[in-house]
Design a protein around this ligand. Structure first.
Ligand SMILES: Cc1ncc(COP(=O)(O)O)c(C=O)c1O
Length: 388
């Protein structure tokens, strides 16, 4: 069954003329992004916690100065995101990878303020190198709270048998040698309650370990910028954890940074009748919105209304390159523009050029000033450059 997306508010995009950009194109509203960042900065200010932006979800580095004005840094998934974080963003660079390559570690140490390891063994392997570097890097260890809270094991690092994080009951004094903080990440698009439930589950053990530690990082997956998220409850929780354990709290949301801040604009290339109309778009689920197939989920279409149902799909050879079935007032003309909502996070960072399908251009719009900047258009060289 397809997951239902929680987001889908067109916001100011309702008034955006889709013909102002090339097609296909990701358009990010920097005013909406700033609104999200203000919410996250407020959590940070009033709770005393530190909030980092997860680059894996949103790394449109043209907007790094804006992100850095509100958040305290970034979390990176490995060497290249750490480098992007150091080159373009201000503040802390925290790196976590489930597996580090030895030949990348010197660069990761040079770029990172926090390095989080998935196992005590990996930490022990690289600790001497970190010490020798002379850099005051915080060492973190990812633990697995072992309490699945997600709807789908694929998106739940606490699911049975998970490779992500060392089970909390394996973390003893030896495992914590040289460790400054503990890290967990098991949520996905969740409200506050699952975080509170996990805390109730882990608090007794964390309180025993806390005297040996400086901080705890609660990862991402907190849907903080969704209007119905219990932000006051989160602030109270973070203050309570600090009071009960003495640990400084970190959060590293990704999706919440860019929630509802961007659309993916495309156009209709053709219509095929087969048990109802199929519109072929220049947007491909597999190339441009792979989570539509992977999750799977049905992205919201801007302005969807009417009695005519059309299947929308991509130009690729994949039979399953179908975005979903959508309602229209009338069958769209060839060249008509469409836009999928809430595409700024994850879609943009996951694109591929399978079938040589063109990558969407990247644009920044400001819904307050109406200024539009086309940052980048991709061409044949971008496709060819990934192959040889
Ligand atoms: C370690 C870690 N931190 C942060 C995030 C960001 O999560 P989200 O975008 O759901 O907030 C993820 C997402 O997979 C993650 O794996």
């Amino acid at each position: 069954m397809a997951m239902q997306t929680h987001a889908g508010d067109p916001g100011a995009f309702r008034d955006f003329d889709l013909n102002r950009v090339p097609s296909p194109c990701f358009v990010v509203d920097e005013a909406r992004l700033e609104q999200n960042l203000r919410v996250l900065a407020d959590i940070q200010d009033r709770s005393g916690a530190t909030v980092l932006c997860a680059l894996k979800a949103f790394s449109m580095w043209d907007l790094a100065p804006l992100v850095s004005r509100y958040l305290s840094g970034v979390c990176a998934s490995g060497l290249w995101e750490a480098r992007l974080g150091r080159e373009h963003y201000g503040g802390i660079v925290e790196t976590f990878s489930a597996g580090y390559k030895a030949d990348e570690m010197a660069d990761i140490i040079a770029l990172s303020d926090h390095i989080v390891f998935n196992t005590p063994a990996a930490k022990d392997r690289f600790l001497p190198m970190i010490r020798e570097s002379g850099r005051a890097v915080h060492i973190g260890l990812r633990f697995n709270p072992g309490l699945p809270m997600g709807e789908d094991a694929k998106y739940d690092p606490a699911a049975p048998g998970s490779r992500l994080g060392t089970p909390l009951d394996q973390i003893d004094a030896d495992a914590l040698k040289g460790v400054d903080g503990l890290h967990m990440h098991t949520l996905c698009e969740q409200d506050l309650e699952p975080l509170l439930a996990i805390w109730d589950h882990i608090a007794p053990r964390i309180k025993e370990l806390a005297p040996h530690l400086k901080w705890i990082n609660f990862g991402g997956g907190h849907h903080i910028t969704r209007t119905d998220y219990d932000r006051e409850g989160l602030i109270a929780f973070l203050i309570r954890v600090r009071a009960e354990t003495g640990l400084h709290c970190y959060l590293e949301p990704g999706e919440a940074v860019a929630l509802d801040a961007g659309i993916l604009v495309g156009e209709v290339l053709d219509v095929v009748e087969n048990d109802g109309p199929n519109a072929i778009l220049d947007i491909s689920a597999t190339c441009h919105m792979p989570d539509v197939i992977e999750a799977p989920y049905r992205p919201a279409l801007m302005g969807e209304a009417g009695d005519i149902k059309l299947r929308l799909g991509g130009p690729s050879c994949l039979a399953g390159d179908v975005i979903g079935r959508y309602a229209f007032e009338q069958t769209p003309e060839i060249g008509a523009r469409v836009a999928f909502l809430d595409q700024a996070h994850y879609s943009m960072v996951k694109t591929t050029t399978f079938n040589g399908v063109r990558l969407p251009a990247l644009a920044v719009w400001n819904s307050t000033t109406d200024a539009l900047r086309i940052l980048r258009e991709f061409d044949y060289q971008d496709f060819k450059g990934r192959l040889s």
